[in-house]
Every structure is written in C-alpha cells, then in structure tokens.
Write a protein of this length. Structure first.
Length: 325
C-alpha cells in the first residue's frame, strides 16, 4: 500500500510515516516544513510544498491508496498574528485534499481537534452542540462540515479524528507549541520547574502518539464516509498530577511555578467520550500515561536536539500551558 501524508514531517504526520515504513508500505510526504522537520523523516520521499497549491496536491496524490491529512495550523496561537493565513491553510488546503480524494476515488483520514469542545462540558461526545469560540476552532469545524458534504454528495470516504492531548517523542521541533507533557519533561530534564497557569487543577485527556497512529490506520481501513470520531483515552489528568508523574519517573520532586491565567475562554477540563470510536473503529487507547511518560523521557533524554529545544522555549513563553492541548 502507498499513502500520501500531508504535514508528514510534523509530529503526528511523521509518526504515521514511520508506521507505514515499518509495515513495508510506500509513502510520499507533502510538507512546507513551516512546522515540521526533515530530521523526522530521513530517507522518505518529500515534496516540499503547500497544500494550498491544488495542482501540487493532486500530483502528490497520484498513485496512492489513501491520504492522511495532517497539514494544518495546529494550535490557536498560530492564528493570532494573521487569522486569514490560518483559515487559508486549514480550509483551502483541506478542500484541495478533499478534491484530490474525490477525483482519484481514494479514502482520506484527516486531523480535527478536541478544542471544538471548548464551550462544552465533559465528558465530550461527538454529538455535542459545537459553538466555535476562535478562528482556530472555526477552521476545524468547517473542515468537518466540508468533509461531511463531500461524503454525502460525492461518496468520498472521509473520516475526521478529533485528537485530544497528543504527546510523545519527536515533538521537539514544535518548541512552545508542543504538548504540555513534552514541555514539562523538557523543563524538568533541565532541572527547571514547569510553569502552570492557574492552580494546576485543570485537566487534559492525554493520549500517547502510538495510540493516535493506530486510530488513524483503523480509520483508513474502515470504509466510513463522513464520520467524525474522538481520539482520546477517556481519562482526565490534572497538571499537578502530570508534574508529579513526570517527577516520579525522573526521581525528582519539583513544585511547579503557578501564575495567574491570562487566557480568555480558557478550557479548564477535557475528557473524551470514547464509546463511538470503540464501536465504529474497534479502537481503544492502550498505552497508560505512566508508560507514555516513560517512553517520552527515554527518547528526550537521548535526543540531540534537547538543548536547542530549551533555547526555543526560553525565546518563547517558557514551559507554559499556552494553548488548548
């Protein structure tokens, strides 16, 4: 089998690429490298370009058996400087990928986000009343509606996955946009206390990257059309608990630095309702947070890029919960 992975040099995309290679498949990556890194995909066929280029997307998709669409402006702060750019990438780029899937009659699995539940109470189910509260959320909500229409009107096999808080190895290139688990690990490996907005009792549903990749592959081979599914564990963990778990694995006791939370419309809790994903994909997250933290620490301890990551964090916001992850 051969696949196109857009955003394939990024965190989740490159993890999908490694799975394809490990299973002896063929893969082509389309990425502009604005967020990803070539070091994530050594030896992989890379088309360096933008998903907003419709003809390029269609050429890249020729001869593949499916598309994993991970290219996106993937966090809310990326929209602050220029919301038009974020909307352009997330919407026009996505429509180009949908159109390629329609013309070539191939399935597509695309990234969505649990941030859509920002105004909903947990546990978050797929049929919640979504009311986007930011341009970031709006862009993903519109993607889901667009994919649903392509499925309804053209029969496109499109499945959207609402990722909850994805963490794991190979996230160092994201710097201040990385998941809280990774940010806290980087800080604590350097002997620095992580900084938390508020009192640390806010929660996230943390899911390890390998589980997310598994969900993508199950979705790719599901034959579903127009479905949107949660990809999480169904378990809430507070930031205070997260720091303690990381400290336990590192063998250190480190108290976070707490500062007032300045973020408007901050999401205090996230928790996936996972029954629909289990029913339709036969998917259930299998890697506990403690094991995922251990694997992440083992990777980042050996990462040659850790020092540069620390510098990136210092230039940015430090080890902060700066966005919904």
């Amino acid at each position: 089998m051969k696949y196109l992975v857009t955003g394939g040099a990024g965190f989740i995309g490159s993890s999908i690429v490694r799975r394809i290679i490990n299973e002896k498949g063929d893969v082509v990556v389309l990425d502009d490298l604005s967020l990803g890194s070539v070091s994530n995909i050594p030896g992989v066929e890379l088309i360096r370009g933008d998903v907003r280029d419709a003809s390029l997307v269609e050429r890249a998709a020729q001869g593949v058996d499916g598309i994993f669409h991970e290219a996106a402006r993937s966090s809310s702060p990326m929209f602050y400087p220029d919301p038009r750019d974020g909307l352009d990438v997330n919407l026009r780029g996505f429509m180009n990928v949908l159109e390629a899937a329609r013309k070539l009659d191939i399935p597509i699995v695309y990234a969505s986000t649990s941030s859509l539940y920002s105004r909903c109470q947990p546990p978050h189910s797929e049929n919640a009343n979504i009311k986007p509260g930011s341009f970031y959320e709006f862009s993903f909500f519109a993607r889901e509606r667009g994919a649903s229409l392509y499925a309804e009107l053209y029969g496109v096999r499109a499945v959207g996955l609402r990722y909850f808080s994805v963490y794991g190895p190979h996230e160092e290139h994201k710097g201040q946009y990385a998941n809280n688990v990774s940010q806290f690990i980087w800080c604590m490996l350097e002997g620095r206390a992580p900084t938390i907005y508020g009192d640390g009792n806010q929660t996230r549903d943390f899911i390890y990257i390998d589980d997310v990749v598994e969900a993508n592959f199950k979705a790719m081979h599901s034959g579903l059309r127009g479905e949107v599914l949660n990809v999480g564990t169904g378990i809430e963990t507070t930031f205070n608990q997260l720091v303690e778990l990381i400290g336990n694995e590192l063998g250190v006791a480190m108290k976070p630095v707490y500062i007032p939370n300045p973020i408007k419309n901050y999401v205090f809790r996230t928790q996936a309702e996972t029954r629909r994903c289990l029913k339709l994909l036969d998917f259930k997250a299998s890697i506990p947070l403690t094991e995922g933290i251990k694997r992440s620490i083992d990777y980042y301890r050996s990462s040659k890029d850790l020092l540069s990551v620390a510098k990136i964090m210092d230039k940015g916001t430090g080890c902060l919960d700066t966005f919904i992850k």
